[in-house]
Design a protein around this ligand. Structure first.
Ligand code: SIN
Length: 291
C-alpha cells in the first residue's frame, strides 16, 4: 500500500489521497507527505476511511491546534472538538446544525482569527444531493485583471455577520445583542498571503459587505464581481460524498459551499474538526499584483 496523491482537476486544485491507513494513524513521514500535499493542492479527499471520532481528532490535531465551535450545542457528546453538521436527530432532537455552510464561504471568515483549515468526515449521506463545492481562490486571484489586482492590493474588506445574518440564515432566530457583541464586524485583507507558502489568494466570501476606501455600493458591486470570478466552473471541485469519505481543506485559499438535498427523505450527518488559524496576512502590493 503506497501513498499516492492524485490531482482531481486539470489545474491541480484538489487531490485524492490513496494508499493510506484508513484510521489515519500515520507515521511521521507519511503524515508530512500528506501535509505537504494539503499545502500544494488546498483540498485533499480521502475515501473509505474507518476513523473513530478520537482518530479524526488526533489526525487533525497534528496539523495544528483545534478550534472548539461555540455555542457547544452541535458538538459531539464527549468530543467537543467535533462539530456535527446536518439534519440527523437522536431521540427527536437535532444533533447537528442544519443547513450549515450553504453559500460560498471559508470557515471563520467573519471572525478576527478565521480558521486555518477544516476536516469534514461523512458519517451518513443522502443517495443524491448534499455535495460540497470547493473554489480555488489562489486561481481566482491569479485570474483577475492586473488593474483589478492593483485596485484591490493593500485593501481590506469588512465582513459582517450582523449585517447579513438574516440573509444567510433566514430560518434561524435573529441575533441577540449578546451574539452581536460576540461577532463584531472584522476587516480582512482581500489579497491574502498564505503563511506557509507565501501564495496569494482572493479572500472574500459571503459575509463580506464593504471594501476599504470605496463607497459602500461600489464595494458591494465589486465583491459580487469577485465572487463571480471565484466561482467560475474552472476553479471548482465538486465532491459527491460517500460514507467513509473525508475532505481536508485550507480555509486560507479556498471557499466551499454545501448544496441542498431532500431533508424530508434523507439524513446527512457530517463530523467536522476545525483548525485554529492566524490573523490573515495582507500581501504586499508588489506580491499581490505579480501573483
Ligand atoms: C461546512 O461549511 O463546514 C459544511 C460543508 C458541508 O456540510 O458540506
Amino acid at each position: 500500500m503506497a501513498l499516492a496523491i492524485t490531482p482531481l482537476t486539470p489545474s491541480g486544485f484538489g487531490a485524492e489521497v490513496t494508499g493510506i491507513d484508513p484510521t489515519l494513524q500515520l507515521d511521521e513521514e507519511t503524515f508530512r507527505a500528506v501535509e505537504q500535499a494539503w499545502h500544494d493542492h488546498a483540498v485533499l479527499v480521502f475515501r473509505d476511511l474507518a476513523m473513530t471520532p478520537e482518530q479524526q481528532i488526533a489526525f487533525t490535531r497534528r496539523l495544528g491546534p483545534l478550534h472548539i465551535m461555540v455555542p457547544l450545542q452541535y458538538n459531539l457528546d464527549g468530543h467537543p472538538e467535533i462539530f456535527v453538521v446536518g439534519n440527523a436527530e437522536e431521540g427527536g432532537k437535532a444533533v447537528g446544525m442544519r443547513r450549515a455552510g450553504m453559500g460560498f464561504h471559508s470557515d471563520g471568515e467573519d471572525k478576527a482569527i478565521p480558521n486555518a483549515g477544516s476536516f469534514l468526515a461523512a458519517v451518513q449521506v443522502p443517495p443524491e444531493g448534499g455535495d460540497t463545492i470547493f473554489a480555488d481562490t489562489r486561481a481566482a486571484w491569479h485570474a483577475l485583471p492586473r488593474e483589478t489586482k492593483a485596485r484591490l492590493a493593500g485593501r481590506r474588506a469588512r465582513f459582517s455577520r450582523i449585517t447579513l445574518h438574516h440573509v444567510h440564515y433566514p430560518h434561524l432566530p435573529a441575533l441577540t445583542d449578546e451574539q452581536k457583541r460576540d461577532r463584531p464586524d472584522v476587516w480582512h485583507p482581500i489579497a491574502r498571503l498564505h503563511p506557509r507558502n507565501s501564495r496569494v489568494a482572493l479572500y472574500i466570501g459571503r459575509w463580506a459587505v464593504e471594501i476599504e476606501g470605496m463607497a459602500e455600493a461600489e464595494g458591494t458591486a465589486l465583491i459580487a464581481e469577485l465572487c463571480d470570478v471565484a466561482h467560475r466552473p474552472e476553479f471548482l471541485y465538486r465532491h459527491s460524498w460517500r460514507p467513509g469519505d473525508a475532505v481536508l481543506w485550507d480555509n486560507r485559499c479556498t471557499q466551499h459551499c454545501a448544496t441542498s438535498f431532500d431533508e424530508e427523505r434523507y439524513t446527512r450527518r457530517m463530523h467536522r474538526t476545525t483548525l485554529e488559524g492566524e490573523a490573515p496576512v495582507l500581501a504586499s502590493v508588489a506580491a499581490a499584483v505579480a501573483a
